[in-house]
Design a protein around this ligand. Structure first.
Ligand code: KIV
Ligand code: NA
Length: 262
């Protein structure tokens, strides 16, 4: 009922920073629905939920499945679906795949990684009625090509290049953009250079909003904890303690107790 519109998200620029969090299923989406401004069905689910080493093997079918579940769980929150690797290599391909996301998942918008190099694709989508969130800076879908995750904005030439990317993404019609893994001062300059909200992750506090991967911020994902992640909860410890207690009580026959028994 109180779902933000694309227009409301645009107008949030300069106001209270937006809170975006990932969600991959209805279970968590239902918990986040009354709290989050925007939910992102990130292809990071390929790592945490599908157990793969990076995001590149995520498929459109997978993203649609998870986005459907998130939209079911969070009817009152704006939902963005990541376009996975290889699904937006041309403008025509991107539009066909974004239409499939709209028709099959209930997403409010899609997200595409890339700057000037993807401006034509973003423009084709927005011209055809697709709401597009950009994503510049560190691009996880480029990890194999670049041979690792590299923080951006470390020199002035790169800073200027990122600002040009942001302007191109805005000019192509994106209603907001994620800026990932960028030196904080550069991310602030990016936010000042465009009139749409810049949502940061590993980009400091001088931007228009923040996004975190929910399984990272709840401390549920143990393989790797990046510097930019704040663990608001020790989720993995809490889960393991509970499941261990369950196992012990099963062995001791103290579970089920009288009140759990018909
Ligand atoms: O896939 C994802 O979760 C993302 C965020 C890190 C922005 O793209
Ligand atoms: Na992503």
């Amino acid at each position: 009922a109180n779902k933000l519109s694309v227009g409301a998200i645009r107008k949030a620029k300069g106001g209270t920073p937006l809170m975006m969090i990932t969600a991959y299923d209805a279970l968590f989406a239902r918990l986040f629905d009354p709290i989050a401004d925007i939910l992102l069905v990130g292809d990071s689910l390929n790592m945490s939920f599908a157990g793969k080493p990076d995001t590149l093997s995520a498929t459109l079918e997978q993203m649609i499945y998870h986005t459907k579940a998130v939209c079911s769980g969070a009817p009152d929150t704006f939902v963005i679906c990541d376009m996975p690797f290889g699904t937006y290599t041309t403008a025509e391909r991107a539009l066909d795949n974004a239409i499939a996301v709209y028709q099959q998942s209930g997403a409010d918008a899609v997200k595409i990684e890339g700057g000037r190099d993807k401006a034509d694709i973003i423009a084709h989508l927005t011209a055809n009625g697709i709401a597009v969130c950009g994503h510049i800076g560190l691009l996880p879908q480029a990890v194999r090509g670049e041979g690792g995750y590299k923080v951006k904005g470390k020199d002035e030439a790169n800073a200027l290049s990122l600002i040009e990317d942001a302007k191109a993404v805005e000019a192509a019609g994106a209603f907001c953009m994620v800026v990932e893994g960028v030196k904080a001062d550069v991310a602030t300059r990016i936010a000042e250079a465009v009139s749409v909200p810049v949502i940061g992750i590993g980009a400091g506090s001088g931007v228009d909003g923040q996004v975190l991967v929910f399984s990272d911020m709840l401390g549920l994902y143990e393989p790797f904890v990046p510097k930019f992640v704040k663990q608001y909860m020790q989720g993995a410890e809490a889960v393991k303690t509970a499941v261990t207690q369950y196992k012990e009580e099963v062995a001791a026959r103290t579970f089920p107790a009288e009140e759990h028994t018909y």
